[in-house]
Ligand binder design. Structure first.
Ligand SMILES: Nc1ncnc2c1ncn2[C@@H]1O[C@H](COP(=O)(O)OP(=O)(O)OP(=O)(O)O)[C@@H](O)[C@H]1O
Length: 213
């Protein structure tokens, strides 16, 4: 999935949260995004997914325009905030429900992903009984379980311990080998630089630097 971002500008409450952002992101690569808190990483991801109405500019995915509040040109696997699940349902019930919305339920893939994070023992536990980190892992599983070609992952390793971060890195490398395009925002710049093909630094709603690794 090739992503083209041109002159994207968004003002919220008199603050320019995205300012003339232009960027081309090649398909089949891992694109890392870094920047201080409130610099605009999440807002840029929202723009890419068509979740905010742009004041100026446009986003295209595989040459098709992303239109605010309309169906996306492609299915995107997404982590945009702390994942929300139905607390009094089990892990599998939650994942099955979410996947069924797109008729993409693949129980074997879900079980395999649970094993990636070594949490298959929680499959029939209620989500409300799980730790924050375990819920975050289920959030990652939810984002990738429908085999989407484009993955937009905002702070996916929040709250994960070292071993789980390593499992996540292996998973992302595997998804890249499958040809997926992966956008990844993280405050763990050290890990991100090891993983990503490009790094975009965002500062005050602008691209401060773009580098290929
Ligand atoms: N719903 C909203 N209403 C008003 N301002 C908002 C809203 N959402 C985000 N902002 C503002 O947009 C700016 C960019 O926020 P954004 O969430 O994109 O930052 P970020 O780079 O993802 O930060 P972090 O590293 O803290 O997650 C911030 O100044 C934030 O306060």
């Amino acid at each position: 999935m090739y992503i083209e971002i041109k002159n994207v500008t968004k003002t919220i409450k008199n603050k320019e949260v995205l300012s003339q952002v232009s960027l081309s992101l090649e398909a089949g690569k891992i694109h890392g995004f870094v920047g201080a808190n409130a610099s605009g990483k999440t807002m840029l991801f929202r723009a890419i997914c068509g979740f905010i109405k742009l004041d100026e500019g446009m986003v295209k995915i595989n040459q098709q325009p992303v239109v605010f509040n309309s169906a996306l040109p492609v299915d995107i696997g997404l982590i945009l905030e702390t994942p929300g699940f139905i607390g009094n349902q089990t892990v599998m019930e939650n994942l099955k429900y979410l996947a069924s919305l797109h008729s993409k339920y693949d129980e074997n893939l879900i079980l395999e992903l649970l094993r990636v994070f070594d949490i298959e023992q929680y499959v029939n536990k209620k989500v409300s009984a799980l730790s924050l980190g375990t819920r975050q892992k289920i959030g990652i599983i939810q984002a990738v379980m429908e085999n989407q070609e484009l993955l937009v992952l905002d702070e996916p390793t929040n709250g994960l311990d070292k071993e789980s971060v390593a499992a996540f890195i292996q998973l992302v490398e595997r998804l890249k080998k499958q040809g997926k395009t992966i956008l990844l925002a993280s405050h763990n710049e050290y890990e991100l630089r090891k993983l990503a093909d490009t790094i975009t630094e965002i500062s005050e709603g602008k691209i401060a630097n773009f580098s290929e690794i």
